[in-house]
Design a protein around this ligand. Sequence first.
Ligand SMILES: [Fe+2]
Length: 388
Amino acid sequence: MSFLEDFLLSFSQKTSTVESLEDFQECVLFLGKSLLESTGTWAFKYSSKKKMFTSLENTLDISLDSPCFLKEGILLNSSASSPAIFFSSISQDIRFFSEKFSKRLTEKGALENELELERKLEKSLGILFLFEKQECLGAIEFLFLGEAKEWEKYESFFPVISSLLSGALVKIGLLEKIKRQFLQVCEAIGSAIVQKDSYTGGHTKRVGVFAGKIARECGLKEEEILQVQLAAVLHDVGKIGIEDKILKKKAPLDFQEFLIMKQHPHLGFEILKHIEDVSPVVDGIRYHHERPDGKGYPYGLKEGEIPLIAEIVAVADAFDAMISTRPYRKGLNPLEAYEEIMRFKGIQFGHTAVEGFERFFLNSSMYRQALLKKNRTEKEKEVIKKAA
Ligand SMILES: [Fe+2]
């Protein structure tokens, strides 16, 4: 088997198993490195609504800055039958300097123009467009330092390669749609259960959102982030098996009632344990009231025994519970709730989840707004003090 036949076989196998943007990016890098020998490879999605390309994260072959040379003019020059464009010298190719781009350069100032041009000298660029029914879905940029021999050699195979990558991108879009709809169904189920409790609207959805953001800060993969979100929106599904007189009781629960209430994570596990491929989600539900100090329920697990997914759900649930206003008390300021979570790190909440939560919170608009409010209050206090 020739090198090219071998490559195309591996490439079609790789693209046929793509299920996420991470898989897609792997295929793109494989194409750049193994076939075209590009110095840098970048993948972009195209939005026909916004008429612009956006970079897919983590696609970078970090050897160079990430440029985006894609222009509307270039896009118009391409077509589904000829999905690739090549610029042998970026700095001198007329197609590269669309009117819009030249204007942008002029606005930046002459000196910067020269530096910019010099930086791009001796570089060539290939763009492979991805299409679905004549509509542009995205593009891959391949940057070459010096000559790009491999580009011309394999140019006739670009329609096949483009079609394989386009199919993978369409499949990802469909899978994402199904996942989104599934998450929305789970949110609806979670909300229906929480309405039996004393929460006002939106608790389930917010816990799902917070948990997803914490999971991302913990460095989890896209697939795992979705599992965390599902566990978060369904974490109290076991309450469906708890009597209303306990769930809706306004006064504190007595010992016996609390024993029953403490079974809801286990009941959640019993409800969902037979569903295929959701064991991490079930773990998140089953262990969301466990604590590193062993004082949690219903199993009394200790630090190191609690799955990260359950630790994340616990932090997200506690944070939203603290900032939510309930019939019997006003919600805390997010800053106070954050401080509470930090105070119980390693005691009530797992270290990794709290660290992820801290990164998410300190970068959130919620934190900035709470800080502004706090500072304003202190200034007001100073004014009052001086006036007195
Ligand atoms: Fe719970």
